[in-house]
Each structure stands twice: as C-alpha cells, then as structure tokens.
Design a protein around this ligand. Structure first.
Ligand code: SF4
Ligand code: SF4
Length: 288
C-alpha cells in the first residue's frame, strides 16, 4: 500500500500583509526580514504605518506621482462605481464612500500613483521571501520579525507562520501593542526568540485618548506573560510622545514598572513624524 504524502497545513494558511521589508536593523537582533501585518485594534495618533491599521485591503493615492487627467485620466474610466473624479488641476479626487476596493484603477494606473495597500499571502509565500535572505541571518542571530499593524489580530496566520519558521530553525521576533487575546500571545511565545511589547502609557485615560483603547488589557497581558514565562526575555518599548508620556514623572513611572519584572529590558523610542505624509494618501488626517 502506498502512503499519501503528509500535508503541511501551516504552509497554506493565509493572512493580509502590507509589506515584507528586508535588511531591517531595528526589529530584533542582527539583520532581519520584517513582515507587516494589516489590521490593528488601536488608532495611535502618531502611528507611522497608518496603512496597516484597517484590516481589509484599501486604496492609496500619491498625488505627486499622478500624471493628471490631461495626460492620462484612465483610472476614472475604469471605476465601476464612479468613485473617481478630477480636480481643476487634473489630479484625482476619491469618493471613498463609493469605493468598493475592486482595485481596477490600480491595475490600469501607469505611474503607480494609485496603490493597493494589503495583499493576501500564505505562510509559504512569506517564508519563501524570508528565506531568500538567509545568508544575512547567520551573523548576529538575524531572522524573521512580525510587526504591523498588530500581529495578534490575525491569530491563525500568525501562529502558523511562527510555528513553521521555528520548524525551519529561523530566529523569530514579534513587535506587539500587547492588545489581543492572552491565549494567542501565550501560544506565540512558544515560537518566539524575542518579544517587543509596547507600554505606551500607564495612565488609562491618556492611553484611551491617544490610542482609542484602554491600557488595561495590555497591562494585564504583560503581567500574565511575566508570570507564565518568567525566563523569556522581553523588551518593553515606549514611544515617547509629547502630551501622552513625555513628562519626567511619566517616564520614571514606566521605567519603575518595568524594572520590577524579571528578564525585562526597557527601550524609549524617540517620536518622529515620518508617517505623516501617508495619511493624506489614505484620505485621512494626521491628528498628533
Ligand atoms: S478601487 Fe475600484 S471602486 Fe475603488 S476607486 Fe478604484 S476602481 Fe473605483
Ligand atoms: S491612472 Fe494613475 S496617473 Fe492616470 S490619472 Fe489616474 S491616478 Fe493619475
């Protein structure tokens, strides 16, 4: 009797990502390939990757790349819902309420002014891209980092990806807001070499105001993680944001909170506004 080949069901699991970034130097040890998951329950005002926030693929438009109605104008002609029109200067105007995310306009746009943010990919697709760079991982324990967006928001894809990466002896890291189901976080820990866990503020009202969610679940998750995985090395990261947590007493409180936990390092990340121009491409306002 011939035996059927055993199928690896992890490889076919699909998720939505916005980007696979090679040669990352700040997302864990060594040189890494960072995979940006799409979808996040937080709406941090300073977020530098707003295209990763909504769970579904969406349309972006970079006005300076558009060669205008006079030279082109093709996109409006293919839009089935008349969501596209032109301003007096020939640039595109998007009525997002009408857009059904069919991405016909993206396919026809010759200058890539219109882009689809978010692609469905399988674990096999991601690991093929990650393993292309294997030669760079040998020095300095480089490998795969999952980021976002919030990786915990796609639990099946996340766990399949991490488990398969570990199965292939890849070094793994995750950057998380900590806002997700504890059971998923605990399962992910089994396949992670490095965890970066954000604590944005210990003040619940400010946290709610600047991120749209309470910090309670985040703090509870970290407390539980430390209890269940006391030997795992975790780095707590705090982006320093004016008005949210930049007072000396706020920084001192976060450092003191982290110091009482075993095997836990702390990094304060300087705030920047590099992501600001992306908001306009998504038809959104930058509110920091
Ligand atoms: S994605 Fe589709 S519906 Fe949306 S603007 Fe483009 S062509 Fe129109
Ligand atoms: S198809 Fe692209 S380049 Fe042409 S008008 Fe539309 S957005 Fe501009």
């Amino acid at each position: 009797m011939t035996s059927l080949p055993v199928q690896n069901t992890r490889l076919g699991k699909k998720g939505i990502i916005t980007n696979i970034q090679q040669y990352s130097l700040h997302d864990g040890p060594g040189i890494r390939t960072t995979v940006f998951f799409k979808g996040c329950p937080l709406r941090c005002r300073w977020c530098c990757n707003p295209e990763t926030q909504a769970a579904a693929p969406e349309l972006s438009y970079v006005e300076r790349k558009c060669i205008c109605k006079q030279e082109c104008g093709w996109c409006a002609g293919v839009c089935p819902t008349e969501a596209l029109s032109f301003a007096a200067n020939g640039k595109v105007q998007i009525n997002r309420a009408r857009c059904t995310s069919c991405f016909e306009c993206v396919r026809i746009c010759p200058s890539q002014a219109l882009r689809r943010e978010g692609q469905a990919v399988s674990v096999a697709d991601v690991l093929a891209a990650v393993e292309e760079q294997s030669i760079f991982y040998r020095e300095g324990k480089g490998g795969l980092t999952v980021s976002g967006g919030e990786p915990l928001s796609q639990p099946k894809f996340l766990l399949a990806l991490l488990e398969e990466a570990k199965h292939r002896n890849l070094n793994t890291a995750m950057e998380t807001s900590g806002y997700g189901k504890y059971a998923v976080l605990a399962q992910a820990m089994r396949y992670l070499d490095t965890l970066f866990f954000d604590i944005k503020s210990l003040d619940e009202a400010k946290h709610q105001d600047y991120t749209t969610v309470s910090n309670r679940r985040i703090v509870e998750n970290l407390t539980q993680l430390r209890r269940d995985f006391p030997n795992a090395y975790i780095t707590v990261r705090t982006p320093v944001i004016h008005g949210l947590n930049d007072l000396p007493e706020e920084q001192t409180a976060i450092r003191a909170y982290v110091r009482q936990m075993p095997n836990t390092a702390f990094e304060a990340l300087p705030c920047h506004r590099f992501g600001e121009p992306k908001y306009a491409t998504l038809g959104r306002e930058y509110t920091l």
